[in-house]
Design a protein around this ligand. Structure first.
Ligand code: ACO
Length: 446
C-alpha cells in the first residue's frame, strides 16, 4: 500500500484544570517557577472516576462517531500507555467491548509499555502492520493514553492527563517517511514505576532531562545520516523541517530541545552565518556542551525566531494540559493539525522526537500530502481547551489525595470528589461507576 499514515485523529483531555500561577502561590514556591521555569500555564487532572481505560474508551468511541468509522473496519488496535492498573489485562482488551455490537473480534495488536514511548511503539507497529503481509486491507487504530501524576514536590506541576487516537491506513493525507526512523535505546534509571501500590513514579528529574537531551542528539544525527543516504543529498539543517514536534514533559524542555538541534547543526557547520554570535562554543566537547547553561542560553537565542514559528504554537495543549506521557507528542501533532489552516499545511514536512525514560527514543518524520479539512474541523483544540472548567489548587490537592486513597481499592462505588458528572466530564466521556469485589471495573458514559 502507498501513502501509509494518519487518516483521522481524535483527542481527549479532562474537563477540569488547575492554574499553574495559582498553584505556585498555593505551593509557596517563587512566582514564575512553574509558569516561566517549566513553561506550564495550566494542568488538567481527573478524579478517581477516570482511569486509563475510561480515557481510552472515550477517545476511541468519539473517534468512530465523529468520523463515522465502523468497528468492523478496524483490523488492528494497539495501545501505548504506562498507566498500569492491571498487571495482566491490557487496555486494548477493555477497548474490545466497543467492538461487541459489530461482532468483530479479529483485531490484532495489544498494549505497548515503556514510559512515554509506548504510543510511538504502537504507531510504528500499526504502520508496520499496514505495510506487511499480515495486512488485510482494514484500518489500524493507535491509542496513546496516560494519566500523569507525581508525588508533591517539584515534579508535581509537570503532571497532566490525556489520550490521542490515530486511525492508520493507506492513501492517507498524513504520510510517514519510509526508511527514516532513527532510534536510540539504552538502560537508564531516570524515571520508573517500581512501586505497584502507588501511581507515582520514582524520578531523578535532572537525570531524566539530560537523558532526554542526549537521546535527542543521538537520534537527530542518526536521522540526518539516514536522510542523506536515502535522498542522496548534502547534510541538511533543521530548516529541512517546516515544523518540529517533541515529546513535551514540560514546555521549557521543548524549547531547550529545539535549541539543541541548532547546536547539533552548529557542531557540523559552525560557519553558517546564523551562528556568528555563538562562535565561543566552537571547541566545547559534547559532555561539557550538555552542562553549559551559557551554551543553552545562547542557542535558545539563536533558535528563538524559528521556535516561535515552528514549535511554540503547537505546544498550546501541552502547556495548558500538561504531560500526557504517551499522548504528549501526539497532542502536539493534533494541535498542529488543529491550529494551522489546512491549505497552509499542504506539502509541509514535520519532524517528531519521541522519548520514554528508561530509555527508548526515536526521531522520525511525516509529510502532509492531501488536505486535512475534516481532521482540522473535528479537532477544534482551542475551543475545547477554552471550554474547560478551572478548579482551585485546594480542589486539585484534594483530588490527588483521593486518587491515592482509592488506588488499588476494590469493592466500592466510585463516586469521585463530590462534583456532578456534568461538572466533571464533557459529554461523551466514559467514567468509572464501580469496582467490584473481584476488581472488575464498570464504566458508564455521560
Ligand atoms: N521564575 C522563573 N524561572 C524559575 C523560577 C522562577 N521563580 N524558579 C525556578 N526557575 C527555573 C530554574 O532556573 C530552572 O531553569 P533552567 O531549566 O533554565 O535551568 C527551571 O526553572 C527548573 O528549575 P530546577 O530547579 O532546575 O528544577 P525543578 O526543581 O523545578 O524541577 C524538573 C524541574 C526536574 C523537570 C521536575 O519538575 C521533574 O522532576 N519533573 C518530572 C520529570 C520530567 O518531566 N523529566 C523530563 C523528561 S522525562 C519525562 O517525560 C517524564
Amino acid at each position: 500500500p502507498q501513502n501509509v499514515g494518519i487518516l483521522a485523529v481524535e483527542i481527549y483531555f479532562p474537563k477540569r484544570y488547575v492554574d499553574q500561577a495559582e498553584l505556585e502561590k498555593f505551593d509557596g514556591v517563587s512566582t514564575g517557577r512553574y509558569t516561566i521555569g517549566l513553561g506550564q500555564t495550566r494542568m488538567g487532572f481527573c478524579d478517581d472516576r477516570e482511569d486509563v481505560n475510561s480515557i481510552a474508551l472515550t477517545t476511541v468511541q468519539n473517534l468512530t462517531e465523529k468520523y463515522n468509522i465502523s468497528y468492523k473496519d478496524i483490523g488492528y488496535l494497539e495501545v501505548g500507555t504506562e498507566t498500569i492498573i492491571d498487571k495482566s489485562k491490557s487496555v486494548k482488551s477493555v477497548l474490545m467491548q466497543l467492538f461487541t455490537e459489530s461482532g468483530n473480534t479479529d483485531v490484532g495488536g495489544i498494549d505497548s509499555k515503556n514510559a512515554c514511548y509506548g504510543g510511538t511503539n504502537a504507531l510504528f507497529n500499526a504502520l508496520n502492520w499496514v505495510e506487511s503481509s499480515s495486512w488485510d486491507g482494514r484500518y489500524a487504530l493507535v491509542v496513546a493514553a496516560d494519566i500523569a501524576v507525581y508525588a508533591s514536590g517539584p515534579a508535581r506541576p509537570t503532571g497532566g492527563a490525556g489520550c490521542v487516537a490515530l486511525l492508520i491506513g493507506k492513501d492517507a493525507p498524513i504520510v510517514f517517511d519510509r526508511g527514516l526512523r532513527a532510534t536510540h535505546m539504552i538502560h537508564t534509571w531516570d524515571f520508573y514505576k517500581p512501586d505497584l501500590s502507588s501511581e507515582f513514579p520514582v524520578v531523578d528529574g535532572q537525570l531524566s532531562n539530560s537523558c532526554y537531551l542526549k537521546s535527542l542528539d543521538v537520534c537527530y544525527n542518526r536521522y540526518v545520516e539516514k536522510l542523506i543516504a536515502k535522498e542522496q543529498i548534502e547534510r541538511p539543517t533543521i530548516n529541512y523541517f517546516d515544523y518540529m514536534l517533541f515529546h513535551a514533559p514540560y514546555c521549557k524542555l521543548v524549547q531547550k530541545s529545539y535549541a539543541r538541534l541548532f547546536y547539533n547543526d552548529f557542531v557540523y557547520n559552525s560557519e553558517d552565518p546564523c551562528f556568528k554570535d555563538v562562535q565561543q562554543f566552537k571547541n566545547m566537547n559534547a559532555e561539557e556542551s550538555l552542562q553549559s547553561k551559557e551554551l543553552e542560553k545562547a542557542f535558545i537565542g539563536v533558535s528563538k525566531p524559528s521556535y516561535t514559528k515552528k514549535v511554540l504554537p503547537y505546544l498550546m495543549a501541552a502547556t495548558q494540559v500538561g504531560n500526557m506521557y504517551c499522548a504528549s507528542l501526539y497532542i502536539c501533532l493534533a494541535t498542529l493539525l488543529s491550529n494551522v489552516a489546512p491549505e497552509e499545511l499542504l506539502g509541509k514536512r514535520v519532524g517528531m522526537f519521541s522519548y520514554g525514560s528508561g530509555l527508548a527514543s526515536s526521531f522520525f518524520s511525516f509529510q502532509i500530502v492531501k488536505p486535512i479539512d475534516q481532521i482540522h474541523k473535528i479537532l477544534d483544540i482551542k475551543n475545547r481547551l477554552d471550554s474547560r472548567v478551572k478548579s482551585s489548587p485546594e480542589k486539585f490537592n484534594e483530588v490527588m489525595l483521593l486518587r491515592e486513597e482509592t488506588h488499588n481499592k476494590n469493592d466500592f462505588d466510585v463516586v469521585g470528589d463530590g462534583s456532578s458528572v456534568e461538572e466533571a466530564f464533557f459529554k461523551g466521556t466514559y467514567y468509572l461507576e464501580k469496582i467490584d469485589e473481584k476488581w472488575r471495573r464498570f464504566y458508564k458514559r455521560r
